[in-house]
Design a binder for this molecule. Structure first.
Ligand code: SAH
Length: 369
């Protein structure tokens, strides 16, 4: 068992069972022993693969979308370019290369702000993105307050902690992580029930659920998106949030752990597997409703990337490539947009400043009230 497992056992022994969010947060970010401080996590050699690792077109098109929005809304004006959880730095590499031909854009970017908790990924990002005007942050609160924010978060919200509640004969009981007599981690139910009515704001009170059904609530995600929207309301700009998840309220246990590209038991190898869960986009929309920003979507990633011109970009790349390379390029793009792969499970939400334009990739009627 890992060092983190021993640390978690001691915490549970002295404080009692952890809620799922506390367990996720410690597994991800514990200083020294948490998952994100390890070396290889993302990419073929790591545990899981993300869109920018699958196709260069992903970062390119997102970059060109941000640059087009900048040209429409504040041509020439200074901005802060921001990425939340930049992983291996691949998306930003592709974004920066693609935007180099947009006149004045690089000069307008005062700095590239990377919000990253992982020390090892920071080192990797620093190497990969050498030459860019980088500034690292641990927290959104450290971002500049005097510039419009042009921001991307891909597969970031899914890794923030969430809590789980189980429907029982007594109402809702929180699922917690305890240890059994042999020291193994196991789920238990908090003995103190909550009334079912506490789900009303989540729009779930009317959605039928049998005993044992699980609902997930993510205060950390809601607080973060609310902070982000408040910044964009005050400073202007545009945020694209991309992640896998759902847009109507549902009962579902979506906690998942992935190691070496395989699903594993979320409790079996703490700190050695990536823990995440589906993002509840309806909750993100509720958390930003009164922010004064313009919110669009979520729409499927496939539709979004098609509108940004992924097929044209693929054709350009394929025309320059050899036969074997072309097959790889086409397979990557297909994986990003195919409904059976990442095209609909992955969704895109856009948050734009008050009075700013409809963001590239969206239409008027996709604005949320
Ligand atoms: N966007 C990248 C990586 C996704 S993995 C890609 O698409 O490939 C999640 C990223 O978020 C990692 O870089 C991880 O270290 C970072 N991260 C996770 N939780 C974080 C937190 N609370 N604060 C800052 N960064 C976090």
């Amino acid at each position: 068992m890992s060092r983190l497992a021993d640390i978690l056992r001691r915490i549970i022994d002295s404080h009692g069972p952890l809620d799922v969010g506390q367990f996720m947060a410690l597994c991800a970010a514990h200083r020294g022993a948490g998952y994100y401080h390890r070396r290889e996590t993302i990419g073929l050699a790591g545990d899981f693969v993300t869109a920018p690792e699958i196709s260069q077109t992903f970062g390119e098109l997102l970059g060109l979308a941000l640059a087009a929005f900048w040209q429409q809304t504040r041509p020439g004006g200074p901005i802060a370019l921001v990425e939340l959880g930049p992983g291996r730095g691949t998306l930003m590499t592709d974004l920066w290369r693609a935007t180099s031909r947009v006149p004045g854009f690089h000069a307008a970017v005062r700095a590239v702000h990377l919000v990253e908790i992982s020390s090892s990924l920071r080192q990797l990002q620093e190497r990969t993105l050498r030459g860019l005007p980088l500034v690292f942050h641990e927290d959104l609160a450290e971002l500049p307050r005097d510039l419009p924010l042009y921001l991307i978060a891909n597969e970031f919200f899914d890794s923030l902690p969430m809590r789980q509640f189980v429907r029982t004969g007594r109402g809702l009981q929180e699922r917690r992580v305890a240890t059994d007599e042999r020291g193994r981690f196991a789920f238990v139910l908090d003995p103190r029930p909550l009334p079912l009515a506490s789900l009303e704001t989540a729009g779930l009170a009317e959605v039928p659920a049998g005993p044992g059904a699980v609902v997930e609530i993510a205060p950390a995600r809601e607080a973060l998106v609310a902070d982000l929207a408040a910044r964009i309301a005050a400073q202007g700009g545009l945020a694209y949030i991309l992640d896998y998840g759902f847009d109507t309220p549902r009962w579902a246990d979506t906690l998942q752990a992935v190691a070496r590209h395989r699903r594993v038991d979320p409790l079996a190898m703490p700190g050695e597997a990536d823990l995440s869960s589906h993002v509840d986009f309806a909750a993100l929309l509720r958390a930003t409703r009164d922010s004064g920003t313009r919110r669009f979507g979520p729409i499927g990633q496939g539709r979004f990337l098609r509108r940004l011109g992924i097929e044209t970009r693929l054709a350009t790349l394929a025309a320059r490539a050899g036969a074997a390379e072309r097959t790889g390029l086409e397979a990557g793009v297909r994986r990003l947009i195919d409904p059976a792969a990442m095209g609909t499970l992955f969704k895109v939400l856009a948050i734009a400043g008050p009075g700013e334009d409809v963001p590239p990739g969206f239409t008027d009627d996709e604005e949320r009230p």
